[in-house]
Structures are given as C-alpha cells and as structure tokens.
Design a protein. Structure first.
Length: 525
C-alpha cells in the first residue's frame, strides 16, 4: 500500500493497494527491499534499537502436496522460536497464525528468555490469528482479511525500523509486504525458480557442482519415460531412479522407479512405458493419476538413485545478508525414512566432521552463484554422500529456498546459548568454551499421544526433568505442541554436550512419552 512520510516516520495512507503481481507492486517491493540494508547495518546489531519484527510463518507451498503433511497448520508454530528475539528489550514482535496459539505454548517459550521477565516480554508481543484452519496458506488468509492487515499496521510504530519474516517468500508474501509497507528478509519471488528441483540442478551445473545423473525441466509422462530410458542407457547397472515434482518438499512429491531385471536394450523403452504407471509414490494417499497430473502442472526432474552401502544426507544452511555477504550458518546430518529413504524425519547438528568441510566448500560455491543472481536470506543445500574406497563422494541434490526443518532447531540453540558454529571444525562453541550438539525431529508421532494437551506435555516433561535447563544448557525444547492432542504429533530439539548424549536424551523423551501415555494420569494435582 502506498505510504507518505510524516513526523520522521513512514505512515500508512488509505489509498488502494497496488494490483497483486503488477509492475507497480514489483517496483514498490524492490524499493522496500533496499531499506533492509539500512536496518541490517543499524538495527540488527544494536540489541537496544527500537524495532518491530512481523512474523508470518506461512508455508506458502503447493496446497495439494502440503495437505499430505499431517497437522500442517501447526507447522506455523515452528517459528515461535523467533519469540526469543524479545530478549532484546526494545524489540516488538507481531506474530500472526492461522489459528490462535494456546497461551500455555506462548508462556513455554517466554520462560526461556534470558534476563527478561515474562511480563516485560509480553507487553512487546502481539499475537494475531486468522481463526481459519483451511488448507489455504496463512499469507493468503491474511490478504483476505483487510481488518487484520490494519491491526498489524497499528502495531508498527515506525515502518523504517520494521521488517517481515516468513517461512518462504512467494508472490503472496510480496503483496503482503507492499501492503504493510515493510521489507521482507527473504528472496524476491522472481527468483523462486532457484528453489525448484529444475532450478537447483541448473544452478549446480552452472557452478560445476557434482550431482546425480539426471534430466530436468520435464512435464509429461512421455518425457519422464524418455529420461528414464536415457539414464539407463548412460548407466546399464542403474537399479532405480527418482522422479521429483519441482515444488515437492520433505520427500513429498517424490516417486521412485525401479528398473525391471533382465530387460534387453531393444525392450527397454517398452518396459519403461509399461511399468511407469506402477512407480512407488512416497506421499500417502496419492494415486498415480494425481501424481502425474501434478507433475504435468508443476514440472519436475528425473535423476539417478545413488546406491551405496554407507550413505549420509548432509545439509548446509546458508544466508545471504542484505550486503550480499555469504554466511555459512550450520551443517546437519539429515535422517531419512521410508522404503527408499526419501522422507525427512530429523537431523543431527553439527554434521560429521568427516565430510562437513567438503560439503561446506561446495555449498559456498552455490551460494556465490545465488548471490550474483540477487538471492537474499536463509536457504539450505542438501547433499547425498557415499563412502566408498575409503573416501566420501558428494552429490548436490537440491536447494531449499526457504526456512526448513533445520532452521528452528538451530535458532533455538543459538538463542539459548549465544554460541557460534565454526564451519572449519564442524563444532558449535559457546561463550564458556563448551561444545553443544543436538538431535531434532518434527516427526515424533504416536496414536498413543492423541489427547495429550500442551499443559499435559509440559507437566510430564517437568516431572521427568527433561525440559531445557539454562544452568546446564542441556535438555529438550518442544515444538509443534499444538498438533499433539489432535494428531499425536510433536517436534523436539534435544540439546547436549555430544551427539551420543543428544540421541540418548531423544530416546529417553520418547520412552517417557510412551510410558506416560500408557499409564495415564497418576499424579495428584
């Protein structure tokens, strides 16, 4: 929405907003984005600066794929970790969600603020809700509620010292940023293609980064069949190939094709055409017709399935700041499940020192290429690593141009400990000289947990001594708490002095939840 300047502050006029997607909106957005440089240089490093952060944790992704994610509306709660920004005494936060967030959950996060009374933090926190559990993205819901947008504006005292934080940035987030007249710390939607499967492979190739043999920019079933044929021609020993929809995430949107045995070259193409309708689709409740229709609409890739007795899935989290500087934030070893290990279930931080420096070097080359194109904000680059002949070989898999499953765990660790990750040694060092690791998962789920409320979870964790302890700087941080009662699902970050202790803490927490769910309420209130 257009603005005018008054009394040294940018104020909001009541003129009509620019048409979404129009040249005028894009021009206004680019002008707003330039203001991030001023904020980054002046507001960001000053903990006493007066500023406002508007947090819109919208998963603005393909709606049909997103609906396959159980409890997807509660994934917005992962960005509650940013409430820890309230530890800066003049920072205000506006947090918007699809559904109201239980006050018990908000209190849980505020409890961990170092050196800030909860009452002081609460006065600087505004929680707003769309009261809408539909499958539309949160940002779309907000744009359909002009009164809600106005309430957000009313909480911004000076737009020159305010920015928007989102899970990912699409044309909807661009429209919202322009209507709020504040920049968004994220990538211009015009660069969204970089985060697609096709865009990732194109950039990897341009940067000279190794990746699995494959073909991108496909749309039809015939093109998929031709690509599968070509891959087998390139490598007669290839057992499988992965078919990926451009906008899939967390393994959803993937399918695995298995080549039939003992098929000669003359019969190979016919064999592929006959067996293609029977590919193994990773997402539950998606039939082959739906998968191929979605592939046709969004496009995608086919790439060789990498075999190996010893494999790892490291990920490098990067950030390009408003000055164009590249930062390596963290590395993780991702843990994947399913028949073909395509579904993300958790991650361990930091990644193994055996190969972390190598993948960081590769990721840095990719990040430089993205910076040249004008990318901004957080993103991650996933790899597949195979140990053979006493050495690791790495393949770049995809770019996630958004926050992801490894973003909030690291933010929580950083906010709680004020430590720093050293990419050269693959260690996280705290101010007191100690190291910390964690094991994190968004997919702790059991039917036995259904019916447990947020209050129940916190009571159980306190009774068993599992809640994060600021004195020892070890323990468990829970997230996705709102999904627990309905879906029996939650997430956790288990922080400890070593990978072994972190995994042990995770397993102990699972055992505690299983036990408490089995015995039911036993303690006297």
């Amino acid at each position: 929405m257009p603005t005018h300047i008054h009394a040294g502050k940018r104020c909001f006029s009541q003129q009509p907003a620019f048409a979404p997607g129009s040249d005028e909106e894009k021009k206004n957005f680019k002008a707003l984005q330039q203001e991030l440089t001023f904020q980054f240089q002046n507001d960001f490093p000053d903990r006493l600066a007066s500023k406002t952060v508007v947090i819109v944790p919208s998963l603005t992704l393909d709606r049909e794929i997103l609906t396959k994610l159980k409890g997807q509306v509660y994934y917005e709660e992962r960005m509650l970790c940013l409430l820890m920004l309230l530890r800066m005494p003049q920072t205000n936060i506006v947090f918007v969600s699809s559904l109201p967030i239980d006050q018990v959950i908000v209190d849980y996060y505020l409890h961990f603020l170092p050196g800030i009374p909860s009452h002081h933090a609460r006065q600087r926190l505004t929680m707003l809700s769309c009261h809408d559990a539909s499958t539309k993205s949160l940002t779309e819901k907000i744009l359909q509620r002009p009164r809600l947008i106005n309430r957000i504006r009313q909480r911004i005292s000076d737009a020159r010292h305010c920015h928007l934080v989102c899970f990912n940035v699409t044309e909807f987030e661009r429209t919202l940023a322009v209507q709020l007249a504040i920049p968004v710390y994220g990538c211009d939607p015009d660069l969204l293609y970089l985060g697609s499967k096709t865009g990732s492979r194109t950039l990897f190739r341009n940067c000279g980064i190794p990746m699995p043999d494959g073909v991108e920019n496909l749309h039809t079933q015939n093109e998929i069949a031709d690509a599968l044929y070509q891959l087998k021609q390139n490598n007669p020993l290839l057992r499988k190939a992965v078919i990926k929809i451009n906008e899939g995430f967390g393994g959803e949107g993937n399918a695995v094709y298995t080549y039939q045995n003992n098929v000669g070259e003359a019969e190979l193409k016919e064999s592929i055409n006959m067996s293609l309708p029977y590919i193994h689709i990773i997402a539950d409740n998606v039939n082959h017709k739906q998968f191929f229709n979605k592939f046709e609409n969004l496009g995608g890739i086919v790439e060789a399935f990498i075999d190996g007795d010893i494999k790892a899935s490291p990920s490098v989290q990067c950030r390009i700041n408003p000055l164009g500087k590249i930062e390596i934030i963290s590395t993780h070893d991702q843990f994947l499940s399913g028949e073909d290990n395509q579904v993300f279930i958790g991650a361990s931080f930091p990644a193994s020192a055996a190969y972390s420096v190598e993948v960081v070097t590769m990721a840095t080359h990719v990040a430089k290429g993205m910076a040249v194109l004008g990318a901004l904000g957080r993103f991650s680059i996933d790899f597949l690593s195979v140990f053979k002949n006493n050495e690791w070989t790495h393949y770049a898999i995809e770019i996630n141009l958004r926050k992801g499953g490894t973003t909030h765990p690291f933010l929580m660790l950083q906010f709680l400990t004020d430590g720093m990750y050293d990419a050269e040694t693959s260690t996280y060092l705290m101010p007191n000289g100690q190291h910390r690791c964690y094991f994190a998962s968004d997919n702790v789920v059991s039917p036995a947990y259904i019916g447990l409320t947020p209050s129940d979870l916190i009571d159980i964790a306190m009774f068993h001594g599992l809640i994060y302890d600021s004195t020892t700087q070890e323990g468990v941080m829970f997230h996705l708490i709102g999904a627990l009662s309905q879906y029996g699902k939650l997430g956790m970050v288990c922080i400890a002095t070593s990978h072994e202790r972190a995994k042990m803490l995770y397993e102990r927490t699972i055992a505690m939840l299983d036990y408490e769910s089995y015995i039911g309420p036993q303690r006297t209130e």
